[in-house]
Structure formats: C-alpha cells, structure tokens
Design a protein around this ligand. Structure first.
Ligand code: 13P
Length: 326
C-alpha cells in the first residue's frame, strides 16, 4: 500500500513530465468558455476536456491529468469514462476533491477551503472508478494585516486532514497552499508568506501522520505582487523560490509541481526552466492550468473543425515545459 503510494507519487513528478490541471470548477470553466464565445453547457465542457486529453502523445510530457467531479463522471465520444480513457493513454487520472474556497469567518478578505465532510466516502468512490491521485487547493491572500495566523492555520489543518484521508484510500494527495499573486507586495513579502504557509502546512501534515514520500506539493512560485511595479527575472524568481522551499521542505517529499497562478505561459515556463539550475532533493516540475491550456482554448474555441488546432496549441505548451524539466 505504502509502495503503491510512493510509486504513484514518483511517477507524477518523473522527468520529463508534469501534471495537467484541467479541473476548473463548473463556474470557472463556464466563464472561460463564454470568454471565447462558447456556450457554457455540460457538453461543451466535456468536448473541451476531450480535446485536451486526446492530444496525440500527451503522455510524453504529461504524467497525470487533474479532473473535476463533473468531468470524472462524463464519457468521451468513444463511450469510455474520462478516468478510464486517461489511464488507457498512459496518464494517471486525478480528481479535485475540495468544494471551493469560501469566506473565512471573522477574517475579512480571507478564505478557507471546504469539502472535508463525507470526504472518506467520496474518495473511496473515486478510487473504485480509477482515480490515482487527488488535489485540494487552499488560497492565501496577501494584504493589509493578511494573511492572519488564523487563516494559515485553518487552511493547513484542512489540507492535512484531506491528505491523511487520501493516503488512507491509497490516493496520492497533491497539497496546494496557493499564495495569490494579487496585490502590491514585494517578492520578499511573497517569500515570507509562502514560507509561513509551508511551515504551518508541514507541521499539520506531520501531526496528521501524512507520509511525505507519498505526497506531491503544489506551491506558488515566489514572485512580486501583480500591482507592485517590481520586476523580477526568472533567475531571481528561481532563487527566491528554491531558497524558500529548501528552508522548509524535508528531503523525503516526493516532489514539487508548481501552479502557474496567472503568469503568462511563456513566463511560467521561463521561471520553471530557471529553477532547474538549482540543486534540490526533490524534482521541481509543473502542474499548470492556465499556462498550459489557455492557448488551446483560444485555438479551439468550440469549433469541432479546430480540435487538432487546439491540440497543437496544447502540445506547443507541454513541449517547452517538458523540455525545461528534462
Ligand atoms: P493555474 O496553473 O492556472 O494556477 O492552475 C493550477 C491549479 O490547479 C489551481 O488549483
């Protein structure tokens, strides 16, 4: 059981591959479809995800795909369910299991991620239908007086309870404490908050008995706030990020797979490439959403005659990220 968890976790971060995050909630996916002129229907969300996962040779650069609950329950045009189809393509199927970030009580401007109630039963069901790993995203905001210790602690605790439940069901947890880029904070402040969020998380994972060799961390890169006016080169971002991770993460962790967080596809890839110049005890790879799929969504924009154009656009983003971590 432990070996199975470790093997899956290692496979998820094995060079030259990363993880495709295609698990947008129904609400988020619907607004992204509408932005490119596509009606927000369940069928269109399905068609879009089918276009992505059936990209030829996707497994060469992608080890796992994170699916949303809606997609997990849908079928491709050949009648296979998404998790079984992805598995047949030599890619590990994953499932986003949190139910979203809600306002944290008595903490204006801060969020707590929900989804723990009934999670054990849901995880067992996902496993029986082919899931091999799961994802839970916590959201940390930087601002005047934020983040509070309360928000860091509550989110770390929820992530740890989720991770322990995953491992009990032999699912590798992706733990994602995302420090948002929004705000006018400096890169130094982002480093400080990222470090604090990771310290709370590691302490809670330890208390919960979570096995780090069967866990993948999905952190933000350490970057200046989007409205700070501060510029940082990929080398500076890599240096700040790796220094922060090294200060906190035990060597036993299976690996690190970064989120893109709203960086442009090219910037996210350049930053990821710069990280590889540093020696780290864990592989540093990607688990991008927008930085992988945005060009594909624009190229396809709901036209069945443009499926191959969408797939080429996705392949055109997977390839440089895969090359960066090779
Ligand atoms: P982005 O890379 O678009 O930030 O998405 C990654 C993700 O899975 C967020 O939960």
């Amino acid at each position: 059981m432990i070996e199975a968890l470790h093997g899956t976790a290692r496979a998820m971060v094995s060079r030259p591959r990363g993880i495709l995050a295609a698990d947008e909630s129904i609400g988020t996916m619907s607004s992204r479809l509408e932005k490119v002129g596509v009606a927000a229907t369940a069928d269109n969300r399905r068609d879009y995800r089918e276009m992505l996962v059936t990209t030829p040779e996707l497994h060469e650069g992608i080890s796992g795909v994170i699916l949303s609950d809606e997609t997990f329950n849908q079928k491709l045009s050949d009648g296979n369910t998404f998790p079984l189809a992805v598995h047949a393509l030599n890619i590990l199927p994953g499932i986003k299991v949190d139910t979203g970030a809600k306002d944290l009580a008595l903490s204006p401007g801060e969020k707590i991620t929900e989804g723990l109630d009934g999670l054990r039963e849901r995880l067992r069901d996902y496993v029986s239908r082919g899931a091999r790993f799961a994802k839970w995203r916590a959201v940390i905001t930087i601002g005047e007086g934020r983040p509070t210790e309360r928000a860091l602690r509550a989110n770390a605790h929820a992530l740890a309870r989720y991770a322990a439940l995953c491992q009990e069901s032999v699912l590798v947890p992706i733990v994602e404490p995302e420090v948002l880029m929004d705000g006018d904070h400096t890169i130094e402040r982002c480093a400080e908050v990222t470090r604090a969020a990771l310290e709370y998380l590691l302490a809670e994972l330890d208390d919960a008995g979570v096995d780090l060799a069967g866990t993948v961390l999905k952190p933000n890169m350490v970057v200046p706030g989007t409205t700070s006016g501060q510029q940082a080169s990929p080398e500076e971002i890599a240096e700040a990020t790796v220094t922060t991770l090294r200060a906190v993460l035990p060597e036993t962790l299976a690996g690190v797979a970064f989120l893109s967080g709203g960086q442009s596809p090219e910037v996210a890839t350049a930053n990821l490439a710069a990280m590889q110049k540093h020696e780290t005890p864990w592989p540093l790879t990607f688990s991008f959403g927008r930085a992988l799929v945005d060009p594909a969504l624009k190229a396809w924009h709901g036209d069945s005659a443009l499926i191959s154009a969408g797939q080429q656009a996705l392949a055109g983003r997977v390839q440089p990220n895969s090359a960066a971590v090779a």
